[in-house]
Design a binder for this molecule. Structure first.
Ligand SMILES: Cc1ncc(COP(=O)(O)O)c(C=O)c1O
Length: 421
C-alpha cells in the first residue's frame, strides 16, 4: 500500500490540529474543547484571510480603487467557494449574520405563499430558530402542526410525520440533526413525503454541517441553512435556496436591490471581512484532502473532495462518540438523549445527558475545573427538553466533539466524569 493510501485510512489528527492556532496558543492549548456545537475553533487559513482583509483592504468593496476591487473580489471568491462546497450556484446563497436571522427573514419572505388555513409543520426537537420564525406566521392565518419527539429518547419518527401531512401542508421545517439529540433525521423519507403534497422543506443544517458536507443537488431540501462559526469559519449564517424555491420568496432587501440575488433575503449590508474569510474554510478542507489523498487523486470538484474528507471525519468522530456513549450508557443513573451507539452518517458526536440529583450546571463547572470546556443548559432547544420532562432551566450537559478532538481527550473526560459522578 502506498503511503498515501495508508494515510487515507484514518484522519491524521496531528496534521488537523497543526492547522488550528488555538491548539498552540498559551491560553487555550491546555484546554480540552468539547463545546464545539456552540462555535468551533478556526484554522489558520481563515485567520490569515480575515487578518489580511482588515490590514490590507478594509474598505467598502466594489468601488474603483484597487483596494476596494480586491475587497470585492475576495467576497466574490467566498460566494463561489461556498457554492462549490455545497454544489450550488453562488447566486442561490445568502450570507447573513446568523441562521436565526436567516430563517426569520426567510419566513417573512414566504408570507405571500400562504392562504388562511394552510399548514406548516415544525418539530419540537429543533433549535428555536427553525420553530419560532414559522410559528409567528399564525398571525397571518397559517396553521402550525407540531411533529413531536419520542419523550424518552428525543428522536423524531417519520411515521408520525406521515400522519401530520395533509393536502394543505405547504412547508416542513425540521432539523437534519438536533443540537441536543444528535440523531440524523431521515431527510430522504421526509423529502419524499413532502413531494407528494408539493410542500417545501426548510432544513436546519447547523448541527449537521460540522459533521457532514451535503451535495445540495441531492439532499432533498428546498432551503438549507447553517452557521459558519460552527463549521470552522467566521461568525456568519449561510442559507441556500433552490432556484425554484427562491422564486417563491419576496425580496426583503431595498427595492433598488431587488435584482441582486445575494441581497434578496438579506435586508442588511453584508459583513465584508467575515464573508471574505470564508474561502479559508474551503482551503482548509482542500489541505485536508491533499494531505490524505494526494494531489494526483481523482476528485475534481470541491464538493467531491470535501465529501471524501468528511468520510474520514465521520469515521473518526464515530469512534470518539462511541467511546463516550459506551461509558454513559453503562451507567444506570445517567439519562442519555438520542441513540446509545453511533454509526457513521446516523449519529453526530454531539452527546447530551443529565443526571437526576446533580445539576447540569454543576457538572459543567466541575469539568471546567479540570480544564474541560463542555456546555450545559437548554441550548435554545427548549421545547425538546420540556417534551422529555427535563427541566430546561438546568437543562442537560452537552459534550460536542468535532474532528480535531482525540480519543485521549475523551479518555480524560471519562476519567474526570467518573470522579464527578
Ligand atoms: C441546530 C441549531 N439551529 C440553529 C441555531 C442558530 O444558529 P445561529 O446562532 O447562527 O443563529 C443553532 C445555534 O446554536 C443550532 O444549534
Amino acid at each position: 500500500m502506498s503511503p498515501i493510501e495508508n494515510k487515507a485510512k484514518r484522519l491524521d489528527t496531528d496534521f488537523v490540529r497543526s492547522q488550528f492556532p488555538a491548539f498552540q496558543a498559551n491560553k487555550s492549548k491546555d484546554w480540552i474543547f468539547f463545546e464545539n456545537a456552540g462555535g468551533a475553533y478556526v484554522p489558520v487559513t481563515v485567520i490569515e484571510k480575515l487578518n489580511r482583509f482588515f490590514v490590507e483592504h478594509k474598505i467598502q468593496p466594489y468601488g474603483a480603487s484597487a483596494l476596494s476591487r480586491k475587497a470585492g473580489a475576495e467576497m466574490d471568491e467566498a460566494y463561489v467557494a461556498m457554492g462549490d462546497l455545497l454544489n450550488v450556484h453562488p447566486d442561490e446563497i445568502t450570507f447573513g449574520p446568523s441562521t436565526t436571522l436567516n430563517f426569520y427573514v426567510l419566513a417573512q419572505s414566504l408570507i405571500n405563499q400562504f392562504s388562511i388555513g394552510d399548514e406548516i409543520i415544525v418539530t419540537n426537537q429543533d433549535h428555536e430558530a427553525n420553530i419560532g420564525a414559522w410559528r409567528r406566521l399564525t398571525e397571518f392565518g397559517v396553521v402550525i402542526r407540531e411533529w413531536q419527539i419520542d419523550k424518552e429518547n428525543g428522536e423524531l419518527d417519520t411515521k408520525d410525520l406521515e400522519r401530520l401531512i395533509t393536502p394543505r401542508t405547504k412547508l416542513i421545517c425540521c432539523t437534519l440533526c438536533s443540537n441536543l439529540v444528535g440523531t440524523h433525521n431521515d431527510i430522504t423519507t421526509i423529502s419524499d413525503m413532502a413531494k407528494q403534497v408539493g410542500a417545501l422543506i426548510v432544513a436546519d443544517g447547523v448541527s449537521y454541517a460540522p459533521h457532514m458536507v451535503p451535495d445540495l443537488q441531492k439532499l432533498g431540501a428546498d432551503f438549507y441553512a447553517f452557521s459558519t462559526y460552527k463549521t470552522f469559519g467566521t461568525h456568519q449564517g449561510i442559507m441556500w435556496g433552490s432556484k425554484a424555491a427562491l422564486e417563491m420568496t419576496k425580496t426583503q432587501s431595498h427595492y433598488f436591490n431587488d435584482s441582486v440575488p445575494r441581497y434578496r433575503l438579506n435586508p442588511t449590508g453584508p459583513q465584508h471581512a467575515e464573508i471574505a474569510a470564508l474561502s479559508g474554510v474551503t482551503e482548509y478542507f482542500d489541505l485536508l484532502y491533499f494531505h490524505h489523498f494526494g494531489r494526483a487523486s481523482k476528485c475534481q470538484t470541491l464538493n467531491d473532495r470535501a465529501r471524501k474528507v468528511y468520510q474520514l471525519i465521520a469515521k473518526h468522530e464515530t469512534v470518539l462518540a462511541n467511546k463516550l456513549l459506551s461509558y454513559l450508557s453503562a451507567r444506570p443513573n445517567i439519562r442519555l438523549l438520542g441513540q446509545d451507539r453511533a454509526m457513521v452518517g446516523q449519529r453526530a458526536s454531539t452527546i447530551s445527558f443529565s443526571i437526576p440529583g446533580l445539576a447540569s450546571s454543576d457538572i459543567e463547572k466541575s469539568l471546567a475545573n479540570k480544564n474541560i470546556a463542555a456546555g450545559s443548559g437548554d441550548f435554545y432547544a427548549r421545547r425538546c427538553l420540556e417534551a422529555m420532562g427535563i427541566d430546561p432551566k438546568d437543562g442537560v450537559v452537552r459534550v460536542s466533539m468535532v474532528h480535531y478532538n482525540t480519543e485521549q481527550e475523551v479518555d480524560y473526560l471519562i476519567d474526570m466524569l467518573d470522579g464527578i459522578i
